[in-house]
Write a protein of this length. Structure first.
Length: 319
């Protein structure tokens, strides 16, 4: 913090060519004012008395030339100009001190703001556990969270509106040129069936065996959803009902209106009148879940500890 810019010329009374105000001058001024002595101030600042005198002279010149101290036989006393400067010098140095502390806290993830987003089923267990662990370790950091689909979350990350996004490979691989992808877990899929469905007791099911079923999906178009896997198996699922919320999908399944795919992260909250059967197909890989950050940008200091909390939460869920 080398200095504070003053305004040159005009109504400020400093005159043309006034120098910048150095924070070193202000500190010397406050020490002399507080101690009433150049000698004592110099000792506290680990400077010579002549060095302190030069700093005060420079400050006086920058402020228009009026003396800030009356030199007395024993010590010094503030002049009217010096008394006017005193509260401003305290305010400036205090603000700079608070700034230094704030920057130190940021580097230690003790303060600041972390903006992140996550897809819906990550909010069932993965994200809440990570938030709880992070807040216990970094209570001074403010977290803001938003929910969304992977595509829009990545767009907001690109636009600088998020610091981190929890995303998945639903709908295809994630772009790696613009994002750093931090793997959290691989998430198997389940098919949710009515409890009385003939296939409810199977140990595992291939999607091809469900080609004739009515499906409940968050979109009428399978592409870009979990049902994208069905397209890779050579059949287009018949979407009978478009339902966005996971809990509502379960209600439709329980009523016998169709079947749906549920990722493992959402499986913990499945109701008892719905049967979950693992999807087992060599051509249907598990959905991968990542924390994404924008490539080539400086990260907020709190990103790394939050990533650690997300990894820890992922290990607990898959362990």
């Amino acid at each position: 913090m080398a200095g504070m810019q003053t305004t040159h010329g005009g109504a400020d009374g400093l005159g043309p060519g006034a120098a910048d105000l150095s924070t070193y001058w202000l500190r010397a001024f406050l020490e002399v004012a507080g101690e009433g002595s150049f000698t004592v101030a110099a000792r506290r600042l680990s400077l010579t008395q002549s060095a302190v005198s030069r700093q005060i002279a420079s400050l006086e010149a920058a402020l228009g030339g009026a003396p800030l101290f009356d030199r007395l036989p024993r010590g010094v006393r503030l002049t009217a100009h010096g008394r006017a400067v005193l509260p401003h010098a305290r305010a400036v140095t205090g603000q700079l001190s608070r700034l230094r502390q704030e920057l130190t806290d940021l580097e230690g993830a003790a303060r600041g703001l972390l903006r992140f987003g996550a897809f819906a089923t990550a909010d069932v267990a993965l994200v809440p556990r990570a938030i709880a662990a992070f807040r216990a370790r970094h209570p001074g950091v403010t977290l803001t969270r938003e929910e969304g689909f992977t595509g829009p979350l990545l767009t907001r990350l690109t636009d600088g509106e998020l610091d981190l996004a929890v995303v998945s490979t639903t709908g295809g691989p994630l772009p790696q040129d613009a994002y750093e992808l931090h793997h959290l877990l691989d998430e198997p899929l389940y098919v949710a069936l009515p409890a009385a469905h003939p296939l409810a007791g199977e140990a595992a099911l291939g999607l091809a065996r469900l080609a004739g079923e009515d499906w409940i999906s968050g979109s009428a178009e399978p592409a870009g959803t979990l049902l994208d896997a069905a397209l890779r198996h050579g059949f287009r699922p018949r979407v009978a009902h478009v339902v966005a919320e996971w809990t509502a999908k379960q209600g439709y399944v329980a009523a016998g209106l169709g079947v749906t795919l549920i990722p493992a992260l959402a499986a913990q909250g499945v109701r008892q009148d719905v049967a979950l059967v693992p999807v087992h197909d060599e051509g249907t890989p598990a959905r991968a879940v990542y924390a994404a950050t924008a490539r080539g940008r400086s990260r907020a200091p709190s990103v790394e500890p939050f990533l650690a909390a997300l990894r820890e939460s992922g290990r607990l869920l898959t362990g």
